[in-house]
Ligand binder design. Structure first.
Ligand code: 1CP
Length: 341
């Protein structure tokens, strides 16, 4: 019988620790770098179903992770709202200016799900080719993190423009968050319909918010997305990655009801709740930098994590995306070590 260890973990029926790595497809793989040059820019690469499917499958073929994550980016949602998105080498994403305030005032911020059809196509291609024991994860950014990129028009160290809008025009900002929550729900629903067997919600910038902001702009919209998805697909696991704010999500799991919380690198696993005291799975949280260090130190650290989390509703992952400098041999070692438990 073929066993999907990743999905079985959510039912407490896994026979070993399952693993996948955030950004497991990417520049640390020579085959990714070779594939990447076939598209003229990163967005074209994401929106080419064959190339996106191939990028998704590459790390599975090489390492045999328990889950694949569809190759795309969270910034396809701003694109589907009409913003142009350019990834500039060495700088990061740049988004065109949207007169957001005017648009929100006139109810003209429209999500065109049709612009994302190639993501769903890529999911279908991957599903046809994925080994049966491997699960496919769909994903989206959360409303707050998407708003950060849309308002600030790209990466930023403090997302000043977004936080300024949130405090100076809270009603307008709430409208933006609500519109984004509807879009994220729809986008994930379509990914599940195309074949995604679990979904992950990335709230990469929730660590910037004060407690009341975390409630208003993160937990509240994320909870509504989860409850709407659960109405349609009660058995599809939903993972949240509240980077920089694990504890608020852990303390309020009965509100958002995510099936798993992905822990960033700051979370100390020796202090997390034991399995019988929590219904959710914990995913995480090796520091991506540990994959760049000495192999003996890496082995000890992974051993410690596996011991601490043994039998405790746990999926092994990184605390953030894998770094392009990661030696491939360390990834092989990691997979072997985790799969042996
Ligand atoms: O060619 C390249 O290597 C470009 C690097 C790259 C990759 C591989 C980017 C640019 N995006 C991706 C793919 C990607 N992004 C995936 C799918 C692949 C996989 O996981 O294997 C996923 C899930 C994401 C998610 C994503 N994109 C997030 C959330 C997670 C996180 O890192 O916090 C965010 C914030 C983005 C935006 C983004 N995409 C890429 C860059 C350089 C950025 C900006 C990051 C920043 O603001 O610092």
């Amino acid at each position: 019988m073929i066993k999907k260890e990743f999905l079985l973990t959510f039912k407490g029926l896994n026979s070993r620790t399952s693993l996948w790595l955030m950004r497991q497809a990417g520049r640390y793989l020579p085959e990714y770098r070779e594939l990447r040059v076939k598209a003229k820019n990163f967005m074209d690469f994401c929106f080419n179903p064959e190339l996106a499917a191939e990028a998704t499958l590459q790390p599975i073929r090489r390492f045999g992770f328990d889950a694949a994550i569809i190759f795309s980016d969270i910034l396809v949602i701003p694109y589907a709202f009409g913003q142009s998105v350019d990834f500039i080498e060495g700088v990061g994403p740049k988004l065109s200016s949207l007169p957001l305030v005017d648009i929100l005032n006139s109810d003209r911020l429209i999500f065109e799900n049709n612009k994302l059809l190639n993501v769903f196509k890529a999911i279908k291609i991957v599903k046809d080719q994925l080994p049966k024991e491997v699960s496919l994860i769909g994903f989206s950014g959360c409303p707050w993190t998407l708003a950060c990129y849309m308002v600030d028009q790209g990466s930023s160290k403090d997302f000043f423009k977004t936080r300024l809008l949130a405090v100076t025009r809270p009603d307008l900002f709430q409208k933006l968050i609500n519109i984004l929550a509807d879009a994220v729900f729809l986008y994930l629903k379509h990914q599940i319909e195309a074949g995604a067997e679990a979904v992950q919600l990335f709230d990469s910038w929730v660590g910037l918010l004060p407690p009341d902001g975390v409630w208003k702009w993160s937990i509240s919209p994320v909870s509504s997305i989860i409850s709407k998805l659960k109405n349609y697909y009660p058995s599809i696991p939903i993972i949240v990655f509240p980077k920089g704010n694990y504890q608020t999500y852990a303390d309020n799991y009965h509100i958002h009801k995510a099936d798993a919380i992905s822990a960033d690198t700051t979370v100390d696993f020796s202090k997390v709740k034991i399995a019988s005291e929590r219904p959710y799975v914990i995913q995480g949280n090796l520091d991506p930098f540990d994959l760049l260090g000495a192999t003996s130190a890496l082995k000890n650290k992974v051993d410690n994590t596996l011991k601490t989390m043994q039998g405790k509703k746990f999926i092994f992952n990184l605390g953030h995306g894998i770094l392009p400098e990661t030696p491939i041999d360390n990834v092989y070692r990691l997979v072997e070590q985790v799969k042996a438990t």
